[in-house]
Design a protein. Structure first.
Length: 142
C-alpha cells in the first residue's frame, strides 16, 4: 500500500526558518533507513505558503489566491511517498522519525488511492490510460 506522509507546517516553517545542521543530519540518516528498507519512493520539503498559490474553482471560473495562507496548522511543510505493508507499518516508521521541527510538530499519514479503490467507475479503457501514464512517468524517472 502506498501512503503519503505529510509533515505539518509550524510558525517556524512558515516563517522560513531553516532546519539546523543537526536536524539535516538526523533526517538524512532516517531517509537512508527508509530507502534501504525499500519504503521511501520520494520525499521533499516545501517552501512556506507565502511563496505558494491556490487556485479556487467555481464552475468554469478560476481564481488565483496568493499565499501566505492563514491556518498554519492546516498547511504542509514537506512530504514523503512510501510503499508499506499496511498503516501499522507506516505508523511505526513515523514513530522513528526525528522531530521535523524545532518545537512541537505533527505528521499525518494518508493512504493513496489505488486503481482497485475506484471500482466500476474506472473502466478498462481508463485503467489502460492510467497505466500508460504511469509507465511514461517511470521512464522519466530513470
Amino acid at each position: 500500500m502506498r501512503v503519503i506522509v505529510l509533515v505539518k507546517a509550524t510558525k517556524d516553517s512558515e516563517a522560513g526558518v531553516m532546519p539546523s545542521t543537526e536536524l539535516f543530519e538526523a533526517m538524512g540518516k532516517y531517509n537512508e533507513e527508509l530507502v534501504n528498507a525499500g519504503i521511501m519512493l520520494s520525499g521533499e520539503g516545501l517552501h512556506p505558503s507565502a511563496k505558494g498559490k491556490r487556485i479556487a474553482f467555481g464552475g468554469p471560473g478560476r481564481t488565483v489566491i496568493d499565499g501566505p495562507f492563514a491556518e498554519t496548522k492546516e498547511l504542509i511543510a514537506g512530504f514523503w511517498l512510501w510503499e508499506v505493508k499496511d498503516m501499522a507499518e507506516a505508523v511505526e516508521w513515523v514513530k522513528r522519525c526525528p522531530n521535523p521541527m524545532p518545537g512541537p510538530s505533527e505528521i499525518e499519514i494518508r493512504p493513496v488511492f489505488e486503481a482497485a479503490d475506484f471500482g466500476e467507475a474506472l473502466t478498462p479503457e481508463l485503467a489502460a490510460q492510467d497505466e500508460q501514464l504511469r509507465e511514461k512517468l517511470a521512464g522519466r524517472a530513470r
